[in-house]
Structures are given as C-alpha cells and as structure tokens.
Write a protein that binds this ligand. Structure first.
Ligand SMILES: [Ca+2]
Ligand SMILES: [Ca+2]
Ligand SMILES: [Ca+2]
Length: 1007
C-alpha cells in the first residue's frame, strides 16, 4: 500500500506526472490489490481521543465511533470504505470487536488503515508512571497500579521485561509426590506463594503450574508444593486419549527448568514483579533506562482485536448427550479402541431402528463409523426424507466419519432422524450442529496498524497444560484448547492484515481460527510474542466434509516473524492445524524456542491400521481429515529449537492428501538453519503423508537434515534438496527418497544459492534495517563454519557462527555507506584479516583476556553509497566468531520502503549529482514521505537549492524539528536531518513539505 508506484514508470522530466490528490491516490493504493474495488466510497477518520460522530479529518471519532458510522454505510456500499487511524495509542481493555455487520458488502472492502505518515497503535496496556526507588541495595524501583490489576508481562521502552525468575535449570530439586523438594531453605521466605510458578521445558513440551504452598522439610530444606489440580493435569493424569488428539509418549511436569514470579526472585536488571493484590509493580531497570522518562507498559487486555463470524467454534456433541432419542434396540458401546468420539458409540443391529435429535441451527453433521459390516441409513429432516447415505466401507474401519453433512437450513429448530435400512450394524458416534447460518465476518483489511501489548491470564490459575505447539488440554473435557492470540479472527472470509505490526503479546500474535477462508496475512512485522507468531486453523475439525466449514485458501506470506514463544517454550513461528490450500511463503522466521513452521495434526489417525501395526501400535484408531494442497514455500527459517526439542525448521504431523490422497502438499524452496535441539531439520512426523519435499536448503544444525521415523509416515517424495549434513532418517512407507546434494565448506551449487537468495520476504517487504545478525542470508560463509545459539554470553540475538579453520571466511555484501563488524573478544580468539571490496584492510584482533560481547572489531563509514563487500578471514587463534554487523544502509528515493503521500513525481537523469541520479519531488505543501525502519538511526539526504524551503520532521509520530533545504547555491546529497542512538526497534520518520517551491527526496541512510 501507498508505495512509490512511480518507480515502475520513471519520468524523465519534472512536472510531467501528478500521481493525484486524495481520491486518486486512494484508488491507486487500494485498487492495485483487488480489481473489484474500483473506487473509494467514503473516507473516515478515527483518533485515540476522537469524540466526533462524523469521523471527519477535522473531528475524528473513536474507533467504535467509526465502526458505528461504517454500520450505517456498508449496507449500500458502492466502493471501499476507508477508516484512517490517526497516529497515537488507542488503549483498549477489551478487544475492538468487528462482526458480520461490520463487513464489506457488494464486493467492496472496509479498510482500517494508518493515516499516511502516522503510527496508530491499538494497545492493551496501561502506562505505569511514578516509579521511585524502593530497595537501593538491589536497585528495585516501585510504582503503583490499581489494586487487583492482573498481568503476566511488562514492557519498558518496547523491550520485554522478565517476570522475576530464578536461574535456568537450577538443579537440586527432587520430585516427591506433587512437591519439588530441595535442601535450599531460602524458598521459605517467599511471599504470595500461590502466585509462584514452576516452569519445565521437557522434550517438546513446556509445562507450568502454580504452587499451593512452600513448607519446610524435616531436614531443613524447602518443599515447593505444586497446586494439586494443576499437578494432576500435568503429571499424574495427563490426557492421553490417542489419535487424533494426541499420540503416545507424554513428558510430564517432573523437573524444574526455572521458578518464576516471587518478589524474592527479583535480583537482575530487566526483571519485574507485579503484586496484584497490593497494587504495586516492582522493576529493576536495565543499564541506560531512566524510569522517570521511560515508557512502561503493563498489558491488561487479553485480546486487542476480535473479528468473529458465525458459527464460532464447532464441537461435536457426543452420542450420549441428552436430547438424543434412540428408538428400538440400541445399545451403548464404550472403549472400542477404534477412535470413536468420546470413546463411545450407540449401535443397533435392527433395520428400522432410528435415532432422532432436535436442534436449533442451520445445519448438522452426523458422525459415525464406516466399515464393511455397516449399510444404508435414511436421513429425514423435519419428517421429510432428505437422502440415503451409506456407512459401508469395504476396505478399512474408519472412525468419526461425517456420513451426513447438511447445511443451508433455515435458521431455527429442526429434527434429524436417521433410520437403519441395511447392513449388520448402524452406529451413531455424535452430531455437530451448525447453530446459525454459516456467516463469516468478511471483506475487512487492516494496514499499517500496530497491535501491541496484551497479556493472557489463564496460566496464572490453571497452569500450562501442554499437548504440543501451543495446543493445550482443557482438563475438564480432555479436548484440545488453542492458546489465544492478541489478534483473533473467527470464521472470517477475505480478512487481510497487511504491513501491520503485531508485537509484545502475552499469548500468540494472530490467529485465523474456526474455518477462516480466503484471507491473507501479508508483510507484517510479528515479534516478541509469548506464544506462537501466527496460528492458522483448528485441531478438532478433522471430520469436516463441508468445504464451507474448512480452513481454506489462506495465505501467510512475506512476514517477518521473530522472537516468538518468549514465555511458552513449546511455541512456534507459524503453526497450522487442519488446513486446505494454505500457502505459507516467503516468511522470515527466527529466534524460536521450538520449531519454525508446524503444519498438520492427528499423528497416525489417517494412516491405515496396517501401517499403525507396523509402527507397533497395539490398537488402531483410523479416521480421515480434510488437510491437503498446502504449500510451504521459500521461507527463511533460522535460530530455532533454542529450548525444546523434537521439532524442526519445518515440521509436519498427520495426513495430507485431502482425505483420499488426491491433494498433495508441498515443502519447497525453504532455507532451514541454525538449530540447537533439532532431531530433523525437515521433519515429517507421525502419520505425515502426501508431501512433495524438494529444492530446500538445510544447514548449520540438526541431527538429520530430514527425518521420517516410523512406518505410518507414507507416500512422500523427496528430491533436489541441498544440505551440509548427510545424515537422514527414513523409516517411512512408500517414500520416494533421493538423498540431498551434500555440500561441504559452504560451496553451495548455483541452484542452492538461488534458493538462498529467494528465501524469505522479497525486497519490498523486508524490514528496513542495518542490523545484520550472523544468521542473515546476506552473509556467505566459506569453510567449515557452524552455528552456536543460546550461548548466554551477550551475543546479538544470543548466537554466533564460529569456525576453527584458518582461511575460513565470512562475506557480507551490502548497499550502504558504512559497516561495523560486531563480535566477541576472548582469549581463545585470534586475528582476522579484513577485505573491503577486495582490498586488504589489514588485520584485526579478537583476542582479549576477558570475554567481551558485541565489540566493534572493525568499522568503516563514508563509503560511496552503493554495493560493497566486507570479507573477514580467520588467520589465527583457536576460534573465529561472527556475531553480527551494523550496516549504514542506503535507501534510494525509489526504495519500496519509502511511502509518499500527495502529488509526488519522479525525476531521473538530472545530472546534478543526485544519488543514483534521481529524486522524488513535490511542489505541494503538506505532501510527505515516510520511512519505517528497524534500527537506531536515520539520515535524510537531498539537494539544497534556492527554490527549496523548509521541511517538518516527525519521529514516531512526535514532531522533531524543521529543517531547511534552502541555499543560494545548488549542492547535492546534503544531510538535512540525522538522528542516531534510538532504542533499537521499529521507528517511523515522516518529512512534510512546509515551504519553498520544491521539496526533494534523494536518499535515506538507515543504521
Ligand atoms: Ca461418541
Ligand atoms: Ca548474533
Ligand atoms: Ca536518488
């Protein structure tokens, strides 16, 4: 949106092209994406403090006010409705909610969009001020919040604080009953004991429980007594209901990875403690933080945005439910071990026996079994014979089959009656009622908006009862419970998030739930989430056969998804359950405690009983699901499996194929790298089927580059992959396996280099940043390098690449005017030879007696703007490390990262010394250009001349200064504005023409 489209048709002469005023600009911006929306019907404006009811630019309304106006307009839409959000913080304690009535109509879209150059943020936090020093010895500050305020997170200047905790893997604890016992008596001093939590990273799970009490042991130590209900759910009585809800092997809460949330654990800068009952936040500031001026945000909302269609989440009702009337000689059969819903069915052998159920809704699905001893069933709706269905399947017994799928009834009360007419048996397993018409929330877009600061309180009382990948157990029902998200879409259609920021969340980032269809998550910055970044689909709708109920045709593309699972270490970059025709493409996913992408569910549920037996399972639970035709393409996945194990860069689970093997899914073009605890970097886990896995590059970590450990994994084709590790595991069935091209010393063939170059977001969606971590694809490693992550030694993003081979080299090619090489210094490191654009710049030393992290070992500035290559070659010492780089990155005026607002035009070939011999220009006061970047500084360079005037500068929505481009003589590429030393993160600079005949934009330098 709003990018400088003039770039594609450069105009050589000034004043030739007017991009257009507001209406035209909007048409160009929004019309480009979808041909249906030819024009904007209405433009509305909202502001954080808005109170107007007309939603005009002069009198903007509140968000809910804008929603009200949209409701008055959208029944007669003739074009898109645009709601511009003015900059500022929209604080919510409950989510901003949109429903079916807020949808776009007549093929048009309701667009909630950042006003050009402004940075609206929908925040779920309260701001905490008034800190005073509370304990000078420990450096603890305290501020008041309303008593009873509940939260599990705190953020200071956009940086996550750490809930006060003890060390990782403290040791010394023994599990005794439901208590963790230690000789350390210090825990006896803990206060607010029922708020204290034990967290346990255990294989692929993250388990967590609050304590009930802390008592003294007879030998003078401490007994940390876990809340007994939570302990039972996480240890003695972990749900193990089998396929399709979970498989065998159940790590339990049995170890202390860390202890969290006691005031007495508050001992490290960056840690906080919230005493909810007393109404105090305690915090130890980090170096450089001034609590008198810091922005301290305490999230209190559990959800920021909620879009919900109907029906909401569908859950089958069991055959034992009240209201189901069985007529004839039915009997109940429980514990058949075939995978029945609720582990039971009703059955009859008598033709003419019937079952009736009266429901309120618009449709119903009937779950039964298919098998060779079953026959025909007549289906009556409201007394009228609707159809005859067959439950016969001659090949294999299939549980939980939707043998009847009826939709489109008038919403109201209906009665379904099923009558056995043939076969030995008729079974009823359950019903799924579609309570109202299938009516998604639809045709809504969010663009350029921040969704930041949320919490999630369930773990404070229930603990964290993990199954896998953020899918928990509801202990009351033994049914799955998905971790919620800050941005939640239920039953959406054509709901799109584009270039938004979703960050600093207390649960997941964004969730497309409950059969959301035809919707896209494109080009967003999703970072610093307590749980997963993106969730897509469900785990308990496998039986669905109505395409209108499926999670279908969704896209997650061009997103930057980093630092996920900050609290819950079983979480993942992108998680998808049952989906059909989903595309997960060109995302960067990095810094994950667990895997990168996980797609599918159900374990061996969709594999035949023969394959389940071959796997060694003593019972067979075989059904179907609708997943298939999914594509995982061109993702850049790095720095994963930091805390938990048994996942991969890309992980698949359960069957694809669309239920009959006709819909093959694809894993192609991805780069997976830098894993700490990976078994298989590409991981087709239990029951995975109908995949084609090709053209992937796997490097820097993992026991196996690909793994298929058991025979229920079947019908997968693997070819044309590249890896620096030859190890693989293939115990699957009907696997067409071609070993990867094995690459040593970084000598990737041209085809692999092309995959690396194309992976991740394309240039126009990449974050504008000069910060290059060691696992960035822009760095070429030659020689025997390896990746070392979660070193805990202060590295940039807690990881480095390392080599012990003299002559091994790392090269970074960048576009900019300067670069700094960040690295550790230590006694086991030696000399590094530096080459800049092929010229030997001499030797630098990484040797030091004490370890020092993130040292600038080499820095150069003032280079001619353009493409340069810095090469570093190890010449001595035991190790050479690469931690990261800081590039002063040059953005030409044509860069896709620049957003022009107003009547700008493009001029090239002026011959006046412009960078790249081109500029953007405008003659209209009020026109603006905006750059959003991830970094710590930016400079604006342009021409000065007598026909130019003053320009207003704002940073992150706050007015900064006015700069003057007026000068008697013409001089090109002058620094008009420059700022450095910002808190590293997302920042937005806007320059607005105030006076003079022209305002020109030539280039920006971002650092
Ligand atoms: Ca049942
Ligand atoms: Ca690093
Ligand atoms: Ca230029």
């Amino acid at each position: 949106m709003k990018r400088a489209r003039a770039r594609s048709s450069p105009l050589p002469i000034r004043l030739l092209a007017l991009v257009g005023l507001v209406a035209g600009l909007l048409a160009a911006s929004f019309g480009a994406g979808g041909a249906a929306s030819a024009a904007v019907q209405t433009v509305l404006y909202a502001a954080p403090s808005g109170s107007g009811s007309t939603c005009s630019l002069a009198a903007p309304c509140s968000l809910s006010g804008a929603r009200g106006v949209v409701r008055g307009l959208n029944s007669a839409m003739t074009g898109d409705i645009v709601v511009y959000l003015r900059g500022g913080t929209y604080r919510v304690s409950t989510p901003f909610q949109l429903g079916v009535q807020d949808s776009g109509q007549n093929g048009h879209t309701v667009i909630y969009e950042a006003y050009p150059g402004e940075a609206p943020v929908i925040s779920g936090a309260i701001q905490v001020t008034g800190f005073s020093l509370y304990d000078s010895a420990k450096g603890i500050y305290r501020a008041s919040v309303p008593a009873g305020t509940s939260s599990r997170q705190l953020f200071v200047n956009g940086v996550r604080a750490v809930r006060a905790r003890g060390p990782y893997n403290p040791g010394g604890f023994t599990l005794s009953g439901s208590s963790f016992v230690t000789a350390d008596s210090s825990y006896l001093s803990f206060t607010n004991v029922t708020g204290v939590e034990i967290a346990d990273d255990q294989q692929w799970k993250h388990l967590r429980c609050p304590l009930a009490s802390i008592t003294a042991t007879s030998s003078g130590g401490s007994s940390l007594n876990v809340n007994p209900t939570c302990f039972a759910n996480n240890n003695t009585n972990v749900p193990n209901v089998g396929f399709p809800l979970n498989g065998a092997g159940l790590p339990t809460l049995s170890n202390v990875s860390w202890i969290e949330n006691a005031y007495q654990l508050l001992d490290t800068p960056g840690e906080f403690y919230l005493d909810s009952a007393a109404g105090y936040v305690y915090y130890i500031p980090r170096s450089g933080e001034n609590l008198a001026t810091a922005d301290v945000e305490l999230p209190v909302a559990q959800e920021l945005l909620d879009l919900s269609g109907t029906p909401g989440h569908l859950t089958p009702i069991n055959d034992t439910a009240t209201g189901i009337t069985y007529t004839g000689s039915w009997y109940q059969n429980t514990g058949r071990t075939y995978g029945d819903f609720g582990n039971d069915v009703h059955a009859t052998t008598v033709n003419g026996d019937s079952v009736s159920y009266t429901f309120t809704g618009s449709g119903i699905e009937v779950l039964s079994e298919k098998y060779s001893d079953e026959g025909n069933i007549d289906v009556y709706i409201d007394g009228t014979l609707k159809e005859t269905v067959s439950a016969y399947d001659g090949t294999e017994r299939l549980a939980q089959q939707a043998i009847v799928s009826i939709s489109g009834l008038s919403a109201g009360t209906h009665t379904i009656k099923l009558v056995k007419t043939s076969g030995t048996y008729m079974l009823l397993d359950g019903f799924t009622v579609i309570p109202t018409a299938i009516s998604p929330v639809h045709d809504i877009t969010f663009s350029g908006i921040g969704f930041e600061y949320s919490t999630w309180l369930l773990p404070s009382t229930a603990g964290y009862i993990d199954n896998q990948s953020g899918v928990l157990w509801d202990p009351a029902t033994d049914l799955p419970l998905k971790t919620p998200a800050a941005v939640q879409v239920h039953r959406g259609n054509n709901i799109n998030f584009s270039r938004d920021t979703i960050a600093h969340t207390g649960a997941a980032g964004i969730d497309y739930a409950d059969g959301t269809q035809n919707s896209a998550i494109t080009g967003n910055w999703i970072s610093d989430t307590s749980a997963s970044g993106v969730d897509l689909g469900e785990v308990d709708d496998y039986y669905v056969t109505l395409t209108s109920l499926m999670t279908l045709n969704d896209t997650v593309t061009q997103n930057t998804i980093t630092h996920v699972g900050m609290d819950y270490h079983d979480d993942i970059g992108i998680w998808a359950g049952y989906t059909r025709n989903a595309t997960l493409s060109n995302n960067e996913i990095g810094y994950s405690p667990y895997g990168g992408i996980s797609l599918g569910w159900g374990w061996g549920w969709e594999s035949s009983c023969a394959l389940q037996a071959k796997q060694g399972l003593s019972t067979c639970r075989h059904g179907t699901n609708y997943a298939g035709a999914n594509q995982i393409l061109n993702n850049d996945i790095h720095n994963i499996l930091q805390y938990t194990s048994d996942n991969g860069a890309i992980y698949t689970l359960g069957g694809q194929g669309g239920g009959d093997g006709s819909l093959t899914s694809i894993v192609a073009g991805n780069v997976g790298a830098d894993a700490l605890y990976s078994d298989n970097m590409l991981y087709h886990d239990e029951g995975s089927s109908y995949w084609h896995t090709y053209n992937n590059v796997i490097r820097f970590g993992g026991s196996n580059w690909i793994g298929m450990w058991t025979p229920t994994i079947h019908d997968i084709t693997i070819d044309s992959n590249y890896s620096d590790n030859s190890a693989y595991l293939n115990n699957g069935t009907n696997i067409t396996f071609t070993q990867a091209t094995i690459v040593t010393n970084g000598a990737w063939p041209t085809a692999a280099q092309s995959i690396i170059a194309a992976a991740g977001p394309s240039e126009q969606y990449k974050p504008v940043t000069g910060q290059i971590d060691d696992d960035n694809l822009a760095i070429t490693y030659s020689g025997s390098w390896y990746s070392s992550i979660r070193r805990g030694l202060g590295d940039l993003n807690d990881g480095v690449h390392a080599t012990q081979a003299n002559g091994a080299s790392a090269s970074l090619t960048f576009t900019g005017t300067g670069v700094s090489f960040l690295d550790e210094k230590y006694s086991d490191e030696g000399n590094i030879e530096v080459y800049l654009d092929g010229v030997d710049k001499g030797s630098i030393s990484a040797s030091a007696t004490t370890r020092q992290s993130q040292q600038t070992l080499y820095s150069v500035s003032g280079l001619s703007p353009g493409t340069h290559t810095l090469q570093l070659v190890k010449t001595s010492g035991t190790y050479m490390l690469v931690d990261g780089f800081e590039v002063t990155r040059t953005l030409n005026d044509t860069d896709a990262a620049l957003t022009y607002s107003g009547s700008w035009y493009y001029s090239s070939g002026r011959g006046l010394g412009d960078y790249a011999d081109d500029v953007h220009a405008t003659t209209a006061n009020g026109d603006s250009v905006t750059v959003t970047f991830f970094g710590s500084g930016i400079s604006y360079l342009t021409e000065k001349y007598s026909d130019e005037g003053t320009i207003a500068v704002s940073l992150d929505g706050a007015s900064q200064s006015t700069v003057n481009a007026n000068a008697s003589t013409r001089s090109a590429q002058q620094v008009l504005y420059s700022i450095s030393g910002l808190t590293p993160g997302l920042h937005t600079v806007t320059l607005t023409k105030e006076s003079g005949t022209y305002m020109l934009v030539d280039r920006f330098d971002v650092s």
